[in-house]
Write a protein that binds this ligand. Structure first.
Ligand SMILES: [Zn+2]
Length: 105
């Protein structure tokens, strides 16, 4: 049986590649309540995240039917992790968008 040879594609991502960067903070932005990470056993799936070239990385996470944003601030003394409140998907997707637009932080 003939198997057509497939061309080897090493990477479709052009380098240097950047992910999403959050926009500069807007006036009168919404303040997200940042909490210490919840000690839960639920599996966390990262749906989206901002670019890793920045010291602060935001991840849109899904866990136990709810969503939250995880913020990791990488400093000289290590990474500091905080999490937002957990919300239903529709509400959290709005907050995630506002975060990217600089309307919430
Ligand atoms: Zn970047």
């Amino acid at each position: 049986m003939d198997t057509p040879e497939k061309p080897v594609v090493e990477s479709l991502i052009p380098g240097p590649y950047h992910g999403v960067h959050v926009a500069p903070l807007q006036k009168g932005h919404e303040k997200i309540r940042w909490l210490p990470p919840a000690q839960r056993s639920d599996r966390v799936r990262v749906r989206r995240h901002t670019c890793e070239c920045k010291a602060t990385i935001y991840e849109l996470c899904h866990s136990g039917g709810l969503m939250f944003i995880r913020r990791t601030v990488r400093g000289p003394d290590g990474a500091h992790v905080h999490e937002s409140d957990r919300l239903v998907t529709a509400r959290m997707e709005v907050l995630w968008l506002r975060l990217l637009l600089g309307e919430a932080r």
